[in-house]
Design a protein around this ligand. Structure first.
Ligand SMILES: [Zn+2]
Ligand SMILES: [Zn+2]
Length: 280
């Protein structure tokens, strides 16, 4: 069975295209059982890709307003960034919004007081890669995974977002060897922390949808190792348009099965349940 749900979606209140209602309509058209909204949580500095602090309550109220709509379960979430000392999913402040679940993600590596994007504008990425890490892509990736591990240990969230997002620009910029021992070691530390935490891992097809990666996040080799550690998975597309809601789902399910998974997690009837992936 292919899970008819997506718990990682954006919309026009953050960096997605389309109103909440357009996502709901698309989910109903696709026969979904559940749809989760996870706008990017506001950051403590100006940017053009997260919710504005002043829109956060409106976003929460609007999603909650739709909670049950003719058989489609609608859930309220946030994708929350981790920036050490500045913000993270473990902060108590998120509890006041009545969120059903949260995604914890790292999109930035901080350096000298500024958080530099690893998946956004090339110039920010290249600054990190060349000026901060002096062309050592592995060292940069190791720092990314160190931040992920730190975020997981602090906890306070439900799903880890796009585990190996650091590879996003590798196809274009060829800066990273995903077989390097230091790289795989850092990934193992993330997986060990995840297994201990009970936090779910997502299979995220967003990179393929954008045409920037060949693989889902995380790569099949990581998926296999996650399965051996019994880390539960959620199948998501990180949709930034309504049409992308079920993008690559059949393939993602096949990859999960090939890695050894027999079930995926779905939030249904207000609780996370293990749903059999079945045969292809
Ligand atoms: Zn993300
Ligand atoms: Zn996202």
């Amino acid at each position: 069975m292919i899970p008819q749900a997506n718990y990682h979606t954006h919309n026009s209140l953050c960096d997605g295209a389309g109103e909440l209602e357009e996502y709901i309509e698309a989910a109903r058209r696709k026969g979904f059982s559940a749809l989760g909204f996870t706008s990017h949580a506001p950051l403590p500095f100006d940017n053009d890709w997260t919710l504005a602090e002043s829109d956060l309550t409106t976003y929460c109220d609007r999603v909650k307003n739709y909670k049950y709509l003719n058989g489609l379960e609608i859930y309220l979430g946030l994708e929350i960034d981790y920036i050490p000392g500045k913000m993270g999913p473990a902060q108590a402040r998120w509890q006041q919004y009545g969120l059903d679940y949260t995604i914890g993600s790292v999109h930035m590596i901080p350096h000298e007081g500024k958080a530099w994007s690893i998946d956004g504008p090339d110039d920010e990425f290249i600054h990190l890669y060349k000026q901060v890490y002096h062309g050592d892509g592995t060292a940069m990736a190791v720092e990314y995974y160190r931040l992920l591990t730190e975020m997981i240990r602090q906890g306070g969230f439900t799903i880890l977002g796009h585990l190996d997002l650091i590879k996003k620009k590798n196809l274009k910029l060829n800066f990273l060897d995903e077989q390097a021992p230091a790289y795989t070691h850092a990934v193992h530390e993330v997986l060990d922390a995840l297994a201990e935490s009970g936090i779910f891992m997502e299979i995220n097809s967003g990179g393929i949808f954008r045409g920037v990666t060949k693989d889902v996040y995380p790569s099949p080799a990581i998926l296999q190792k996650a399965c051996r550690r019994n880390i539960p998975i959620v199948i998501n597309s990180d949709a930034h348009t309504p049409e992308a809601l079920d993008f690559y789902f059949p393939e993602a399910c096949s990859l999960a099965r090939q890695a050894g998974y027999t079930t995926a997690m779905m939030l249904l009837g207000e609780s996370w349940q293990e749903i059999p992936l079945g045969e292809s």
